[in-house]
Design a protein around this ligand. Structure first.
Ligand SMILES: C[S@@+](CC[C@H](N)C(=O)[O-])C[C@H]1O[C@@H](n2cnc3c(N)ncnc32)[C@H](O)[C@@H]1O
Length: 338
């Protein structure tokens, strides 16, 4: 039985993936500072977090565990942010986690972050993290995986880092499963007629305009420069049956027959920015966003507002990818015990 502790828990994407995997596991500790995430987490798992700020945790107050999991904050390393890296307090959470590793010495460490972590500061940031983990006595394996090859209709590339304590498991690299399914298109995940998040009157007009039903001079508002034309139209995309993705730089028309690009807080938070289906003239629903993140249908976001639900989902890990990696970990553990 692998006793695991989750840090930066969010709404429990790691837990969902771990529990769906072949890894025999037991959650022994969970930490997260965000009260709204706790509402969703409690609604679904029936228990609360330790909601202390991670920086105030002492290792003595933590139970023993065999695996540490964390999708540590990505904003300091993301190209969508200022890329302050370790200069942003959130960027130093990894060092607090390594301090916990130093005293708890778990056999396995399982981390997730944005792919740009590899490139940040010309690779120096990632090298520093790997050095710290290696200095603690771990073999470090990492992989970039795209969720759309794991049955999730979203092209979400993330780096996953798995470390094994060399004194327990030897010094080997893990064999990651790179693909479980062909690239997953969005269309089968659309729930026809789910009008739970309607578009505004203004967006009704935008749809008329982008699909050629109305001219610019017939609109009741003046088009801004970034909205006057579509910023990008996916090859073969039917504008009358596509997804409009609203970005600060402009609006993109995406094909329903491809995975959706990465959902981010920026392009999923607040009703206005949740992607829009041109045919049904509505936003994607929370039920659809759940499947776009690989969350199970039973997972309940009704304890928080729609905006918070969208934010929590777009910050989460995709459980099917976590599940696949846990299966890889369980194979590794078995192999090394033979
Ligand atoms: C990328 S999200 C993790 C999402 C999670 N893996 C999931 O599946 O929902 C990072 C999380 O770290 C939490 N966090 C940031 N700073 C923290 C701190 N000082 N102490 C505890 N949690 C913190 C944030 O509230 C956020 O939920």
């Amino acid at each position: 039985m692998v006793r695991y502790a989750e840090f930066c828990t969010g709404v429990g994407g790691f837990r969902l993936g771990i529990e769906a995997s072949l890894l025999p596991s037991k959650l022994v500790y969970s930490n997260e500072i965000d009260n709204n995430c706790e509402k969703t987490y409690e609604r679904n798992f029936g228990s609360k977090f330790d909601s202390k700020d991670l920086f105030n945790l002492t290792s003595k107050s933590l139970p023993d565990f065999d695996m540490l999991c964390a999708g540590f904050p990505c904003q300091p390393f993301s190209i969508a942010g200022k890329e302050l890296g370790f200069g942003d307090p959130r960027g130093t959470i990894i060092f607090k986690l390594i301090e916990i590793v130093h005293s708890k010495k778990p056999g396995i460490i399982f981390l997730e972050n944005v792919t740009n972590l590899l490139r940040h500061n010309n690779g120096a940031t990632y090298r520093e993290i790997v050095k710290c983990l290696s200095d603690e006595g771990y073999s470090v394996s990492s992989v970039v995986l795209d969720s759309s090859y794991f049955g999730v209709p979203q092209s979400r590339s993330r780096i996953y880092i798995v470390c094994f304590r060399i004194s327990k498991y030897g010094n080997k690299q893990i064999n990651f499963t790179m693909k479980k399914t062909p690239k997953t298109p969005l269309r089968p995940f659309i729930i026809p007629g789910d009008y739970s998040i309607p578009v505004s009157d203004k967006w009704q007009e935008y749809i008329d305009y982008y699909t050629g039903k109305k001219k610019a001079e017939d609109l009741t508002f003046k088009l801004t420069k970034t909205r006057a034309t579509l910023e990008r139209i996916a090859p073969g995309c039917d504008l009358c049956d596509c997804v409009f993705q609203v970005r600060s730089s402009g609006v993109r028309a995406l094909s329903l027959d491809e995975p959706l690009p990465t959902l981010t807080v920026l392009n999923s938070g607040g009703g206005a920015h949740i992607p829009i289906l041109s045919k049904e003239r509505r936003h994607l629903s929370i039920a659809e966003m759940k499947s776009i993140m690989g969350f199970p249908a039973w997972y309940d976001f009704s304890a928080v507002s729609r905006t918070d639900a969208a934010k929590q989902l777009s910050n989460a890990v995709c459980p099917p990818v976590i599940e696949s990696i846990c299966n890889d970990i369980s194979a590794y553990i078995d192999v090394s015990r033979r």
